[in-house]
Design a protein around this ligand. Structure first.
Ligand SMILES: [Fe+2]
Length: 379
């Protein structure tokens, strides 16, 4: 039988701590501590797979504990637990690499789903690391990794290897609990983003903003699920591009720009063995089309651009504007400047109703000051 995932619960209040322990211990090996300091000491001694972290702790604050966990063991999945409506805290935690969040009071189903997913992601990440090492890429050695990915693109048998790994994983889902494509994809994206410190967390945030837009536009559950997968994967094609170009700060030469522009098509080719839905593939291919036409790779416009791609285009650009991320926008914009820029590009680069949905959601549902400080906090 496979080893049970190890979970550490960091929670100062006895009631929630015991509830979490009771919910999780039938399925996982559970440790509990009542302070951030003890949690960190525990992790120093023995890393675990998943941490559930209360953000309101006495003494050392939860967000600082999260920061230190990620510094110590970047691969540990951390689920943060927060009070309702603490939007700033959720964004802070996402910026710092938290994998998801739970709102108090939590219910059993949500806790199990979140922890299952995080444990699955951790396992997939471990498998992926092994796999990349196997194909000759060494995690952390950019050149080798990029060469490994090139090999993946060119060599069908290696691609088949990825596919088999995927199938094996799907069988394991049945045997154990639910680990789906999405977990694999997130693990893969994390690997991509860890090559590029400026991009770290970008896909999670694009996913989050896309979700806000989807809620506003009333998308169906299946559309939202496809959007979530696609939002995570939209830039996967950057794996096939020279990391020095991807990470470059400042102006691209025209040659570099041409290389960058290939990433949607490379992305679609790269994920070909994964049997993703046509809507996800269309999102990856078309997330840089312009509403007016003239985008890339196909220059299609208006409603011809799939809706999910139009949503990710806005979420992607918004995150690029407000984050210190070099691609396309070199200067970090304030929230007001970003909103103005989105409005300026509405109907040209972006679908007006998608822009409207994002701006209205941000303005109506969250305190602007909190959001602003969350986006621009010195993390
Ligand atoms: Fe992109």
């Amino acid at each position: 039988m496979a080893k049970r995932p190890q979970i550490l619960i960091i929670e100062d209040q006895l009631g929630p701590r015991k509830s979490l322990e009771m919910i999780l211990s039938p399925y996982f090996d559970v440790l509990t501590v009542d302070s951030g300091e003890k949690g960190l000491a525990q992790l120093k001694e023995r890393p675990v797979d998943v941490v559930t972290l209360d953000l309101r702790l006495p003494n050392l604050q939860g967000i600082d504990v999260l920061r230190q966990i990620k510094q110590m063991h970047g691969d540990i999945e951390v689920i943060v637990i927060t009070g309702y409506g603490e939007f700033k805290t959720v964004l802070d935690a996402l910026h710092l690499g938290a994998s998801s969040y739970l709102l108090k009071p939590f219910n059993m189903g949500d806790v199990l789903t979140a922890v299952n997913r995080a444990a699955g992601k951790k396992r997939q990440m471990d498998q992926l690391k092994e796999f990349l090492i196997q194909i000759g890429g060494l995690i952390g050695a950019e050149k080798e990794l990029s060469q490994g990915i090139k090999l993946l693109e060119q060599d069908r048998s290696l691609l088949e290897g990825v596919k088999k790994m995927f199938e094996k994983t799907e069988q394991e889902i049945e045997e154990e609990r639910r680990v789906n494509h999405f977990d694999f994809i997130r693990a893969l994206i994390d690997t991509v983003e860890k090559r590029d410190p400026y991009a770290y967390g970008h896909s999670s945030r694009v996913n989050y903003y896309s979700y806000l837009i989807a809620q506003r536009l009333g998308l169906t559950d299946s559309e939202k699920e496809e959007l979530q997968i696609g939002a995570y994967m939209h830039d996967i094609g950057k794996l096939g591009i020279d990391p020095q170009v991807v990470q470059k700060k400042g102006e691209y030469t025209s040659e570099e720009m041409e290389a960058i522009k290939r990433h949607p098509e490379i992305g679609v080719n790269l994920v070909a063995p994964l049997n993703l839905s046509p809507n996800v593939l269309a999102l990856i291919r078309h997330h840089h089309e312009y509403y007016i036409g003239k985008g890339y790779p196909d220059g299609i416009g208006g409603e011809d651009i799939p809706l999910l791609a139009r949503i990710v285009a806005v979420a992607d650009a918004f995150d690029a504007m407000v984050s210190d991320y070099p691609y396309e926008y070199r200067k970090v914009l304030s929230l007001e400047e970003a909103t103005a820029e989105l409005n300026h590009c509405s109907g040209i680069q972006f679908d007006p109703k998608v822009v409207k949905a994002l701006i209205e959601t941000i303005e109506e549902e969250h305190d602007r000051i909190l959001l602003k400080s969350a986006l621009f906090a010195d993390l």
